[in-house]
Design a binder for this molecule. Structure first.
Ligand code: HSE
Length: 293
């Protein structure tokens, strides 16, 4: 018997659409048990086995290396990452499945192999890479290869995720993003991504608001999240340093200084009067990524 623990991830971080991502201290845990025969997944609701991402991802990795496994039970032990809320629940299942396959194959896969297989399933690397490596990452996905690098995260930053009850489908949220952009919009986002990496690395948290501005996806996706402007405005009033849509939404994430200790309570109070049954959590960056326990 063994367990796999995978962190939640926030993608894009404003301007870094499909490029930037960060692992957060919120986890799913899957337990794997041997059984006489057959494969079953328990605790995943009524998703059929063939559509269960953890199972299909495990199988994909096993098949790639000509390995077969019969007699396995995968239990969703702790599911803390909410589904379809922009916190990397799909990436967590994909990476969970590949990590299980890797353990069954006596750890023949490197981190890079796990990332490459995971990205080929997910289609973009921004959640997959930090789910494996931990930390904040920048990734390039080209010709089936993933090149990534870590960005330092200032120790005094905290990440407040505001998770509504309503979901946003990534598939739908990708459809509202345009196919092409003006030169000005490209320069706008290039400058912000570069500033985001530099200000994180240098601990310049006062620059994070301008560094997380975006003209590639958030202006188009904002309409999928009612009251987003009002919520961000209030977060700024309470002292947040930056406000972004987490991944493709529906979660909103703001960055605060760790000294801002009553932010959560005040934000929670404010959100009680905004439709959406919002849940507020203060998280830190996860630095370890997925692991076998
Ligand atoms: N970069 C992706 C998007 C993350 O924003 O669509 C969601 O999977």
């Amino acid at each position: 018997m063994f367990k796999v623990k995978v962190p939640a991830t926030t993608a894009n971080m404003g301007p870094g659409y499909d490029v930037m991502g960060m692992a957060l201290t919120l986890y799913n845990e899957f337990e794997v048990q041997e059984k006489a025969y057959g494969i079953e997944c328990i605790g995943f609701g009524d998703i059929p086995l063939e559509e269960n991402l953890i199972y299909t991802s495990m199988n994909r990795a096993l098949n790639m290396y000509g390995y077969k496994k019969d007699g396995l039970r995968i239990i969703a032990k702790e599911i803390n990452i909410p589904i379809s809320r922009g916190l990397g629940s799909s990436a967590a299942c994909i990476i969970g499945g590949i990590m299980i396959a890797n353990k069954l194959m006596d750890n023949i896969l490197s981190k890079e192999d796990i990332i490459r297989i995971g990205t080929s399933i997910e289609g973009h690397p921004d959640n997959i890479v930090p789910a494996v490596t931990g930390g904040m990452t920048v990734s390039i996905y080209e010709e089936d290869e993933v090149i990534y690098s870590k960005v330092n995260v200032p120790k005094n930053l905290r990440f407040v995720v505001m998770i509504p009850k309503f979901t946003v489908s990534t598939h739908e949220a990708r459809k509202v993003v345009p196919e092409s952009y003006s030169k000005n919009d490209c320069i706008f986002n290039i400058s912000r991504v570069a500033m985001l990496v530099a200000s994180m690395n240098n601990g310049e948290i006062e620059k994070l608001r301008i560094a997380t501005e975006d003209k590639v996806h958030q202006p188009y996706r904002s309409k999928l999240i009612p009251n987003i402007d009002k919520i961000f405005k209030h977060a700024r009033y309470l002292g947040s340093k930056s406000e972004v849509i987490s991944g493709s939404g529906s979660t909103l994430m703001v960055m605060i200084d760790k000294e801002n200790i009553d932010f959560k309570e005040k934000m929670q109070g404010f959100l009680k009067n905004i439709q959406g049954s919002w849940q507020v959590r203060v998280l830190e960056v996860d630095t370890e990524g997925a692991k076998i326990l």
